[in-house]
Write a protein that binds this ligand. Structure first.
Ligand code: F3S
Length: 391
């Protein structure tokens, strides 16, 4: 890999040990993936933020770093709402460790938004090079915005954030962003329920793996694209997807699909994922809710009182920008939390069965919370939370 003189100097340790270590990570990655150079990035998003997932070893590593990020860098959700952690049932011991992780990132200059939807807060543009690590944010940035990022690990995203560059390989190259498999979803042209897109993503991701799919037969809106990509990233390892006639690169490039494997998804396969049954808690906001999703939840709850614990997760700035909907959800007995989510917080580990409207949460909750999981439409989730039979 060809380095500029300034990059060579960092690698030689001339700007400190931490920057040297970070450059070593980037150079090692670049060599493995045959990158020819480093490319400047516009922003970074760093996972490995919850004490639940990184533990003592991660905290120790972060505490040893001594440098500042060179580009706007956002943190992934952490293990608790930083204000309402007691109400969530988080122990003081966990909270202390979590705050130590957050302080370590703050010392590096990382913004403490703690969200997997940084695109609701910071402008990201078509063609921007990024180093993002949370899988749903990566899928959204690449696919819906047309920005370019590989699916970074926490350390490589942080290394890129500190250096301000990332090795130019994989999805940073236009030639490597073409569809590799075609997925046709039958009977879905008029779907308007986000959970159905999450269920399609969960189902299709298993067959797609880490390939780039082009999906046909769907007309998803922005929040539905978010749900679709998050689920394909979770059940498979999709970092970029195209939707015919919808996503920017599919519209611009009009790809030649001849010779690609074709997969068909039947509506019955999606509906069969949606099982009925009793639940102990309902969790919405994976990925974090948009303002529109908060308003929808508030509308569905109107006139109801929650009888099963209802958790709703969103970025703090989105919560602050949507005060009426948040107040309405809380008047009905639901709780809206920032900074965290049902998967990376230990708060939901006490429940036996959790109901979600997200294909990604459907994939992750069993392993990460040790709970059984049900997926249903947002309407069915609210019916379950309000103790009414789902329809
Ligand atoms: Fe975001 Fe947590 Fe889901 S990080 S994508 S809400 S698992």
């Amino acid at each position: 890999m060809q380095l500029l003189p300034a990059e060579e100097a960092i690698l030689a340790g001339e700007s400190g040990e931490t920057r040297q270590q970070m450059m070593e990570i980037l150079v090692a990655l670049g060599k493995v993936f045959s990158a020819e150079r480093l490319v400047p990035i516009k922003s970074a998003q760093v996972s490995g933020a919850s004490y639940k997932t990184i533990g003592e070893a991660g905290l120790e590593w972060l505490s040893l770093l001594d440098a500042r990020v060179s580009v706007p860098t956002v943190l992934n959700p952490v293990g608790m709402d930083r204000v309402l952690w007691r109400e969530m049932g988080i122990s003081p011991g966990f909270a202390k460790k979590q705050e130590a992780v957050i302080s370590a990132y703050a010392r590096l200059g990382v913004k403490l938004e703690c969200t997997c939807t940084p695109y609701y807060i910071y402008q990201t543009r078509f063609g921007d090079h990024l180093a993002w690590s949370e899988s749903s944010a990566v899928a959204y940035a690449n696919s819906v915005i047309g920005a370019r990022t590989n699916r970074e690990g926490g350390p490589s995203a942080l290394a890129a954030a500190i250096i301000g560059k990332t090795p130019e390989y994989g999805l940073h190259r236009v030639a490597e962003r073409k569809p590799q498999v075609v997925v046709t979803v039958e009977g879905a042209a008029d779907w308007d329920e986000t959970a159905l897109y999450g269920a399609v993503g969960y189902h299709a991701g298993k067959s797609i793996g880490d390939r780039i799919p082009l999906l046909r037969g769907l007309r998803p809106k922005r929040d539905q694209l978010k749900a679709l990509g998050a689920a394909m990233a979770a059940s498979g390892a999709v970092a970029l997807f195209h939707v015919e006639g919808i996503t920017p690169e599919a519209r611009i490039f009009g790809y030649d699909l001849s010779g690609l494997e074709a997969i068909t998804v039947e509506p019955g396969e999606i509906m069969s994922l949606m099982q009925e049954g009793p639940v102990d808690a309902v969790a919405l906001g994976c990925p974090h809710c948009s303002s529109e999703e908060l308003r929808k939840i508030a509308g569905l709850l109107e006139g109801s009182k929650v009888t099963v614990p209802l958790y709703v997760f969103a970025a703090r700035k989105v919560i602050e920008a949507t005060p009426d909907a948040v107040a309405a959800i809380e008047r009905s007995g639901g709780r809206v939390y920032a900074d965290t989510c049902m998967v990376v917080s230990p708060a939901l580990e006490k429940y036996g069965v959790i109901m979600v409207n997200s294909g990604k949460a459907f994939a992750y909750v069993p392993n990460m919370c040790g709970a059984s999981v049900r997926i249903g439409t947002t309407e069915a989730c609210i019916e379950a939370a309000a103790g009414r039979p789902s329809v």
